[in-house]
Design a protein around this ligand. Structure first.
Ligand code: DGL
Length: 264
């Protein structure tokens, strides 16, 4: 294994940065490529076939070009739809991001907890299976909040995000039967922890939020244990979209140690 071989983190946009933050904390020496499919953003409104084709096609080409030691699909929508398929076609180890239903089910005291993700994630069998395995005897309320994705993207571009807009996009969870009994919410979209302050204001200070970023970083650390890491240049973020648009995110990427921006 070449010590400068990167870990490649993939998302439709900036959401995967919430995973990268934890990867940095666990593996500060690891060279990283952050790949954003900005030309395909958002995934949450797309069909399963469309997401699967994009993710498998792009990851195949990226694996060939960058020879990563590991790929992390830092996106719940892409993972719940395409993880199995991508693992079948690539030899590179793949770590997915799946809704943190298990830890949230263990945390809820009222027995009612929520799942907030994209509409595409909400309808996946992967999610049904997690609910059947880990939420027996509990009540899981689901809400697809596609509108939170552009708000998170805007926040990272440095734009002001209104609490009212976040609350409007998120309210479908509490308005359901038993919604008021909810004490824990799974943030099942990697974009959503970027709006945690706004979501806390919308749902109330006592609401507990759970997401999988720390667990994913632990998994990546365990799969790369014993490997040497050495950077041969600055870490980069790559985009399938226009470089000019991507450059508006440069200050946010720099905060995550991504100092070079390129078009894929
Ligand atoms: N960040 C992605 C996720 O975790 C979704 C954003 C999108 O709709 O593209 O599901």
């Amino acid at each position: 294994m070449n010590s400068s071989s990167p870990i490649l983190l993939f998302d439709s946009g900036v959401g995967g940065l919430t995973v990268l933050g934890e990867v940095r904390a666990a593996l500060p020496q690891a060279p990283v490529i952050y790949a954003a499919d900005m030309a395909g953003l958002p995934y949450g409104t797309k069909s399963e076939a469309e997401v699967a084709a994009r993710v498998a096609g792009l990851l195949g080409r990226m694996a060939e070009r960058y020879q990563p030691r590991l790929i992390c699909i830092a996106c719940n929508t892409a993972s719940t739809i395409a993880l199995g398929m991508v693992r079948e076609v690539l030899e590179t180890p793949i770590v997915g991001t799946v809704p943190a239903i298990k830890p949230a089910a263990a945390l809820t005291e009222t027995g009612v907890f929520g799942l907030l993700g994209t509409e595409a994630t909400m309808r996946q069998k992967y999610v049904d299976d997690l609910e059947h395995a880990f939420a027996v005897g509990k009540r899981l309320l689901r809400h697809g909040a596609n509108d939170l994705v552009p708000l998170a993207e805007a926040k990272l571009r440095g734009e002001r995000v209104s609490i009212d807009a976040v609350a409007e996009a998120a309210k479908g969870l509490v308005l359901q039967e038993h919604g008021r009994e909810m004490d824990t919410i799974v943030l099942a979209c990697t974009h959503f922890p970027l709006l945690e302050d706004e979501l806390r204001e919308a749902y109330g200070a006592d609401m507990r939020f759970v997401h999988g970023a720390e667990g994913i970083a632990r998994r990546i650390a365990s799969l790369t244990e014993g490997q040497d890491f050495e950077r041969s240049g600055p870490d980069r973020a790559i985009t399938t979209g226009e470089l000019e648009d991507f450059e508006r995110l440069a200050p946010a990427f720099a905060r995550y140690g991504l100092d070079r921006l390129e078009k894929f």
